[in-house]
Write a protein that binds this ligand. Structure first.
Ligand code: NAP
Ligand code: MG
Length: 491
């Protein structure tokens, strides 16, 4: 995997460039711990240049006929699809995730999202209301303005395209700040988007620190809307900053998804789906099943089959096609996951598998798929978002108990329900306080469906038509059709 260090600039107004200060930062490949890329680091003045470019582009982009915007978005989907092998490799080298997940999941679903929003661009219709014979009201849907997109490192491409698709369809222009750990894939896409003819300034990318470039971006007076995906902690600060000038804000934050398996579930299917639920993307996944609730009648049977399969997960060099689990994204994430594991053991959980770096690796931030059983619902590993491959298994006896445990968290992003009893499935779906649920399956967020969290997992939705709403203002225009203005003043 060792090769020359790559170089990336900021991407502003259709061109790649250095930061004004000339500052750069290094990114290592987390699977090899070797230097991978040197990237220009945006400071406040670079953020300002990017926002200016986006503001200028906003003078034209929303005025293109929707059909033309739709064609541009579709062209971006084609460009991404044509270059999927190259960008997937970059994505794998900077995140540590398996190449198959980069290509099929990140890029495959990014293409699908762009295609969905290419279609949506031509369907932004307002309403008309006949208030009385003399008064007709129409509503106009207008793009909110320049959008700031702040992206985490776990799905650097997919989470960007969820936002990019909706913003471009609505007529907004974009300044995107990728996570410091994962700026390279989206910068490569920016180069390709310019080659594909996307007008200058419509899409700008400013890699840099959250506390510097991110903060400058969300404070910028010419930003009208912030779409943020990241931790609940940083999200609270974003909301606070947005409040200073009442910027529109949508937040996709942390999660602590429960997956509830009843004793009438198809066990082998549930085992299969929960492997993905817990360990897909190395568990660095906001919808990861981190609380696996098993009914006491099937507790032992489920775990025996589950552990058997967990042991067979292929953890290896993420660039290999057959690899099923790669490395965590960074040393910091590895240390954090390891300390959660230790805390779990300290608090009495039983280790069924995993707990550290597999012995076959001498470097790289690889962490075994880890299963902790008999976890108390109030313990740290059952409450905190770990964002790594640790599944906490919790037994339950009754439906009421499963609901209580599931909802006893500050989060409410996602969850799973396994039962063949339709009435119980629907009762549970209504009772679980989370924004995105799966019944008798787990994982896969579909562009047509609205996605977003309850409680401290966020505000607003991404994807679907609701995702588009987040980039639109509604203007009501009242049109008087009578002959004479009604008289109020008598003189
Ligand atoms: P994070 O630490 O909150 O960072 C997210 C992004 O915000 C990064 O680009 C970060 O830049 C930037 N940032 C940090 N401080 C900022 C500030 N003051 N102003 C503006 N931007 C700032 O999250 P992460 O560690 O990258 O990702 C993991 C978290 O994301 C988890 O909590 C996970 O649950 C959440 N997540 C949620 C969803 C969802 O859909 N709900 C999806 C994926 C991930 P730096 O990289 O420079 O710190
Ligand atoms: Mg972080």
């Amino acid at each position: 995997m060792g090769s020359a260090v790559r170089r990336y600039g900021l991407f502003i107004d259709g061109k790649e460039m250095d930061s004004v200060s000339g500052k750069t930062f290094m990114r290592e490949n987390p699977a090899t711990e070797e230097p991978f890329a040197e990237i220009a680091e945006a400071q406040r003045e670079d953020v300002d240049r990017a926002v200016k470019a986006a503001k200028l582009a906003f003078e034209k982009w929303p005025h293109l006929p929707p059909r033309e915007r739709s064609k541009f978005i579709y062209r971006l989907a084609e460009t991404l699809d044509k270059n999927k092998d190259k960008i997937a490799l970059t994505n794998t080298l900077e995140t540590g995730k398996p190449i198959r997940e980069s290509r099929v999941v990140e890029i495959g679903n990014s293409v699908r999202t762009l295609e969905y929003y290419a279609g949506a661009a031509t369907k932004l219709n307002g309403e008309s209301m006949s208030i009385s014979d003399d008064l007709l009201t129409i509503t106009l849907r207008e793009p909110v303005g320049v959008a700031a997109h702040i992206i985490p490192w776990n799905f650097p491409l997919l989470l960007s395209f969820w936002k990019i698709g909706a913003a471009l369809a609505a007529g907004c222009t974009i300044v995107l700040k990728p996570a410091t750990d994962t700026p390279c894939g989206i910068l490569e896409f920016a180069r390709l988007a310019a080659e594909a003819g996307l007008p200058d300034g419509v899409f700008n990318v400013i890699p840099g620190r959250g506390s510097i470039a991110g903060q400058a971006l969300i404070e910028h007076p010419d930003i009208s809307k912030i779409a943020f995906t990241g931790s609940t902690e940083v999200g609270k600060g974003v909301m606070n900053t947005a409040s200073q000038s009442i910027k529109r804000v949508s937040l996709e934050l942390g999660g602590k998804a429960p997956c509830i398996v009843f004793d009438d579930a198809e066990i082998e299917e549930a085992v299969e789906a929960n492997l993905r639920g817990g360990f897909f993307n190395q568990g660095e996944n906001c919808t990861a099943v981190t609380r696996l609730l098993l009914h006491e009648n099937i507790y032992a049977k489920f775990l025996s089959s589950y552990i058997d399969r967990v042991k067979k997960i292929r953890i290896d060099d993420p660039t290999k096609e057959e690899t099923e689990m790669g490395s965590l994204v960074s040393r910091a994430q590895f240390e954090s996951v390891k300390s959660y594991f230790e805390k779990g053991v300290e608090e009495g959980a039983k280790v069924l598998h995993g707990g550290g770096r597999p012995k076959k690796f001498s470097k790289g931030y690889f962490f075994e798929p880890t299963v902790l059983a008999d976890v108390k619902p109030t313990s740290t590993v059952a409450c905190d978002e770990i964002f790594g491959p640790i599944v906490a298994v919790i037994p339950f006896k009754t439906e009421e108990e499963a609901i209580r445990i599931s909802n006893d968290t500050i989060y409410g992003l996602a969850g799973g329900i396994w039962t063949q009893n339709l009435k119980r499935a629907l009762r549970m779906a209504k009772a679980v306080k989370a924004g995105y649920l799966w019944v008798n399956t787990y994982g896969g967020i579909i562009p047509e469906t609205p996605y977003g969290g309850f409680k401290q997992s966020g505000i607003g939705k991404e994807l679907g038509t609701e995702g588009l709403e987040m980039y639109l203002e509604t203007k009501a225009v009242n049109i008087y059709l009578g002959d004479k203005t009604p008289r109020w003043y008598k003189g």
